[in-house]
Design a protein around this ligand. Structure first.
Ligand code: AMP
Length: 603
């Protein structure tokens, strides 16, 4: 007997058979963009250059209306944020003339990357929201290729907005995700059975992080049997949610039992958003109590949400440090890293989202911006001097590492993002990249990025407090401690106390003030995470005994480091070195208070 196997041709794509016709259309779009990557890039560049031809910036470089690659590459220099700061400042101050972009700047996106301690301000234009939305719309069709049945349940995603400010010229300045969640694209999104999330929009939009988290967690518990995936944008966000459950399960269970919301939730639209779904459910309340009161948190995600198929969180780059903790809480569920994006531009997506975190590669979508790649060997030596040979998207080589350089519709031209990527292969003619690291980041707990210069400045600022004790910091190093939630910075100090004969050694109280002084000297993203969302814990200084850093050097030399070239590492992660340092600790001190937030803008 012949078995009928009709594979509908309309839903077949090079990525696999799509779940439905709507998905097929999106997957075909990915196919088309990646198959013609180079031609798409050429077109994108021509579009950007022609629409912005009259801008002050392009006029300065005398492109004369040219929109081709050769002229662009010959005349436009590669730049960093600092190079563009005068233009960006003028826009922030209210200059509405076409400086970088012919289209009006709609708002500033505040990057978690900083410049002089403050968040970078990325000018953006309205239509960029459509481009971001387009990238988001590709994620589910790709996921549906690997995980069937996502339309049969819900997603428990913890999403948050952050505070927004206005520039002196009146433009909004806020993080890109805050801008997206507050947009009609998100708020008025049409119903999509494959993307039903448990969190009510008012809870996501509530700027009070406690109320927002409380209600998102509550809704996750109420819908626990329908939840098929659990996630947050970054791993650190999901771990904060688990921590929140550890701290507040009793209160949540009480609300579920009574069917009434805690008076701590004062935002009326948030209260309204759960009015219909919060009914007395003593059985569920008992279940939550039974699971959370044992003190055993291993596998808590699958115990509470038993149908969870995977975690949807980014665990690449700085977030890789959280993989073991997430594995512990989820009993080893797969972790899907779906996309790679920034305030400057959304770059691309992972076409194999269920692969192991260590195998994640992102395919940059050629329609998002014009992408160039600075070979890593040149990245360290060359500045934006115009004659640097940048490689085009379709011409990068497998196995090589590059720094990403972008030219966007919003008017950034040959802008260095600061991300280092390694080419792992191609999908059609579009390369796929492993995220290697971000340049110059020493310490990161969540979106904070502290570089060596910032750490140095913070140590210098704090060590001023040691002067009355004739003490100095002779050596220091650091570590981002993430075994507890929230994580915190540990700074190891070796002190030289020149005159301890009069008993004037810096005591615990002085050292605590040093911790706080360091925090106050760190960048505004760090301080905001400490103060506004408590997603970073108090900074700790561990004083190690004299001679420890010499031992560190001996250890490095015993492992093959050159004596002449040895430099104290300003951040350590290698477990034997951490063990060595910890075994020499004579005292540990924590910051006793929250640091002051930026006196200027809080981003
Ligand atoms: P922001 O400008 O604050 O939006 O941060 C953007 C930066 O976050 C990027 O330039 C990357 O350094 C990092 N990032 C974004 N997505 C990923 C990802 N999927 N994996 C690793 N790092 C990422």
């Amino acid at each position: 007997m012949a078995v009928e196997t009709t594979i509908p041709t309309t839903t077949s794509t090079s990525l696999g058979p799509a779940a439905n016709e709507k998905d097929a259309e999106k997957l075909r779009f990915i196919d088309e963009m990646t198959a013609y990557a180079d031609a798409v890039q050429e077109k994108v560049l021509a579009e950007i250059l022609s629409r912005n031809a009259e801008t002050e910036y392009l006029q300065r470089y005398k492109l004369g209306g040219a929109t081709d690659r050769a002229t662009f590459k010959a005349k436009i220099p590669m730049v960093t944020y600092e190079d563009l700061q005068p233009e960006i400042q003028r826009i922030a101050n209210g200059d509405r003339s076409p400086i970088l972009s012919a289209h009006p700047i709609s708002e500033f996106l505040t990057s978690s990357g900083t410049s002089a301690g403050e968040r970078k301000l990325m000018p953006t234009i309205k239509e960029e929201l459509d481009r971001r939305q387009l990238l988001y719309s590709l994620l589910t069709p790709v996921m549906n290729l690997y995980v069937p049945g996502l339309d049969k349940g819900k997603a428990l995603y913890f999403y948050f907005v952050k505070s927004e400010t206005r520039t002196p010229g009146g433009l909004l300045a806020r993080p890109v995700l805050t801008s997206y969640y507050k947009s009609e694209h998100f708020k008025s999104r049409p119903y999509d059975p494959y993307n039903v999330i448990t969190s009510p929009t008012p809870a996501i939009l509530c700027a009070d992080s406690f109320q927002s988290m409380y209600v998102q967690m509550l809704c996750g518990l109420l819908h626990r049997l329908q939840v098929l995936r659990v996630g947050a944008v970054f791993a650190s966000g999901l771990l904060r949610a688990i921590r929140f459950l550890q701290l507040h399960w009793e209160e949540l269970a009480r609300d579920i039992a009574a069917g009434s919301l805690s008076p701590k939730i004062t935002d009326l639209s948030v209260r309204d958003s759960v009015a219909d779904i919060l009914k007395p459910d003593p059985e569920l309340a008992e279940f939550v109590r039974a699971e959370c009161s044992t003190g055993e948190w291993a596998g808590i995600i699958t115990r509470i949400w038993p149908s969870t198929k995977y975690l949807d969180v980014i665990v690449t780059g700085a977030m890789a440090q959280y993989i073991p903790t997430l594995e512990h809480y989820s009993g080893g569920l797969p972790m899907a890293c779906t996309m790679y994006a920034s305030s400057e531009c959304y770059f691309g997506l992972n076409l194999r989202p269920m692969c192991k975190p260590s195998d994640v590669s992102y395919t940059i979508m050629p329609n998002m911006a014009y992408f160039e790649f600075l070979p890593l060997e040149l990245a360290a030596t060359r500045k934006g001097d115009g004659d640097v040979q940048l490689v085009d998207l379709a011409r990068v080589e497998v196995g090589k590492e590059y720094e990403l350089v972008i030219t966007t519709y919003s008017g950034l031209c040959r802008y260095r993002v600061g991300d280092i990527l390694r080419v792992t292969g191609f999908h059609n003619a579009a390369p796929q990249f492993r995220f290697v690291r971000r340049k110059n980041v020493l310490l990161s707990i969540e979106s904070d990025k502290t570089d060596e210069a910032e750490l140095q400045k913070a140590v210098e600022s704090a060590s001023e407090l040691l002067k009355p004790y004739n003490a100095t910091v002779v050596e220091y190093t650091s570590h981002a401690f993430t075994k507890t939630i929230p994580g915190h910075y540990i700074i190891y100090w070796e002190l030289l106390v020149k005159d301890c004969s009069q008993g004037r050694t810096p005591g615990g109280e002085v050292m605590e003030r040093c911790c706080l002084a360091m925090e106050e000297a760190l960048n505004s993203v760090y301080r905001q995470s400490r103060v506004a969302d408590g997603s970073i814990g108090p900074l700790e200084i561990r004083v190690v005994r004299g001679g420890t850093f010499e031992e560190l050097m001996d250890y490095a030399i015993s492992r093959g480091a050159s004596i002449n070239q040895y430099k104290v590492p300003r951040c350590v992660n290698f477990p034997p070195i951490l063990e060595l340092l910890d075994s020499r600790v004579v005292s540990a001190h924590f910051s006793p208070a929250l640091p002051n937030r930026s006196p200027q803008r809080s981003g």
